[in-house]
Ligand binder design. Sequence first.
Ligand code: C2O
Ligand code: CU
Length: 442
Amino acid sequence: MNRRQFLSLGALALARPARAAPRISKLRPAPARQSLVGAANPDTAVWAYNGTVPGPELRFRQGERLRLEVENALGAGTTVHWHGVRLPNAMDGVPGVTQPPIAAKGGRFTYEFDLPDAGTYWYHPHLGNPEQVARGLYGALIVEEREPPAVDRDVVWVLSDWELDREARLDEEFANPMAASHDGRIGNTVTLNGAVPDSFGVRAGERIRLRLINASSARIYGLAFEGHAPTLIAFDGHPVAPHSGARVVLGPGMRADLLLDCTGKPGSEHRVIDGFYRRNAYELVKLKYRDESPLRQSFPPVRMLGTNPVALPDVAKAERQRIVFGGGAMGAMPSQAVHKGMFWTVNGKPVPEHAHEVLMNLKLGRSYVLELVNDTSWYHPIHLHGHVFRVLPGDRWGDTVLLEPKSRAEIAFVADNPGDWMLHCHILEHQASGMMALVRVA
Ligand code: C2O
Ligand code: CU
């Protein structure tokens, strides 16, 4: 960096993101109560890590080792999956595949692994059934770059939704066949960091790194920041060439890192609109400018983040495989659908929750291109564990790819992490009703 660049950054007087201190060493999932819809309404009975939804924000620096003991205070078995992290198979938190469930009422398990990649990740239970996530078990896992970009604030927005009644009680029918065979359980109440937000206070001239995490079991978000042009700098944790677009679309499980330059006037208000479901657009939150003089008048250019040490697939020499997702309402549902609650298929077969059959064998160290075909009338965010992939064509990395109805996508990756890994739809009601498979890398 030359002196000029140094000075222009220095003028920002920007700090490194503050570390959460003291560092959290324990996660305790347990029933809790939380005010989701504001003080005028009753609290909601939830399940939470360490007493709050979302659970504690875990922050590490790239290359550090995560070590966390989970003490299960729920009345049900659980696990913790570290979504998007390239970790050893035994730490992946998939019950019946990588570990037995952590026993109800006092079971313990320690997760310990290195964090090779910087980025925005998250953690959640991984039972075949969507209940635990829908009750509130999830949290952010942030891995900071060794040289994070200069910003005034580093803020995480965990987005989720809930199906609540008038007394703010959660609807406990988590396996509703109607939802499972259509677009999943889409709640009537959206929360940002565990509460229905009114406004998000900002100062004119601030540059904010906004990390968005879609922790909903089924809802897809399409966010537009009125009057602003946030720059996308990372997707699913991994750097992208900085660019801004009309809206940020996030399927369940997906993350986006934005640099939000607060170019509004002191005292002004701007809406953040979620318009993914066109007839149901709503205001997620307001950006509310404080009546303070701007922190700065112009913003330095945005530079691309340093890339993570992910092996580049050799697309030309890669072995190709095709995976067809089928079924669902208005599609070819498997014949046992009606009595077994299996509405979706992978290569023609529904995979019941506990029958962990291997769909594909991949050779350790080889490059693969998977053609993912969505032969249904619904959206599916397809997630692969243990690896990150290129979404072809192009050079964005990801661990989840959102397939539009009746569409296809290609993903490419090096199968460099040995073990049995889940490949599934992250609409959790779809996963539980057939849309999942195991991929073996050996
Ligand atoms: Cu975020 Cu297989 O999960
Ligand atoms: Cu799906």
